[in-house]
Write a protein that binds this ligand. Structure first.
Ligand code: DC
Length: 231
């Protein structure tokens, strides 16, 4: 499939399969994939490891503000996939763990953290031909994105998917725990003051509760054909 170098923004609730879908699209179009959640997760891992967020979720805001300008979180692209790095250290595995998932929403609600991540994303996005996934890409980071997709799915189906993913990585959790974490994150993400999770007016909705990845790619290709391919 060949289309002009555009920005594709994929937003939506946690565990709707945004990143899997975004990676597939990027591979299909030979676009660059950018995972904005990985940047928020990287900041969260740094905050946990440096005692900037307590067990109960209290954040040492002044210390976090001081640390942000020096924080080097970036992506490296190897063997067709992207890996998240904190300085020289690959943090791809740690940022997907339950402790990080449990603290990422309060960290990503801090305005200074959002501007840090937005700045990085806009820098990466200067090169067009990108697929970016997150919560506010189509509303705040790239409101001018040529294609915006808003993903949603039934919460129990999402929790089961996340549980399968964690189990696949050898992490123990119950469906109730994962569902609670998802619902908490959905709530914080949709109710925070700065750039809450919300569908952009011009986004197309994809509810993939009962869709396979093949179904979703067919849905996507259909949109691309209608909007961007020359007859
Ligand atoms: O997509 P994810 O589950 O890896 O994202 C982790 C968290 O980061 C999510 O709970 C909310 C936050 N996030 C955000 O606030 N804005 C984005 N653009 C991407 C993620």
């Amino acid at each position: 499939m060949h289309i002009p170098d555009i920005i594709i923004a994929i937003d939506g609730y946690s565990s709707t399969g945004k990143s899997t879908f975004a990676k597939k699209i990027a591979a299909e179009l030979s676009f660059l994939y950018l995972d904005s959640g990985a940047l928020y997760r990287g900041v969260t891992l740094y905050a946990i490891e440096n005692g900037l967020i307590s067990q109960s979720g209290e954040i040492d805001r002044p210390a976090l503000d001081r640390a942000l300008p020096e924080l080097d979180i970036h992506f490296e692209y190897k063997e067709g996939g992207s890996r998240t790095y904190l300085g020289e250290r690959c943090i791809e595995k740690e940022i997907r763990s339950l402790p990080v998932s449990g603290k990422v929403s309060p960290i990503s609600a801090v305005p200074e953290v959002r501007s840090y991540v937005d700045r990085k994303l806009r820098e990466f996005g200067k090169k067009k031909g990108v697929v970016m996934d997150g919560r506010d890409i189509g509303t705040t980071v790239f409101p001018e994105a040529e294609l915006k997709i808003f993903m949603t799915a039934d919460p129990v189906i999402r929790a089961q998917r996340r549980l399968d993913e964690l189990n696949g990585k050898g992490e123990e959790a119950t469906l109730e725990e994962v569902l609670r974490n998802l619902e908490e994150r959905d709530f914080i993400d949709s109710h925070r003051e700065v750039s809450p999770l919300t569908k952009a007016d011009d986004a197309v909705v994809l509810d993939n509760s009962h869709m396979s990845m093949d179904d979703q790619m067919e849905w996507f290709k259909d949109i691309i054909r209608k909007r961007f391919e020359k007859a």
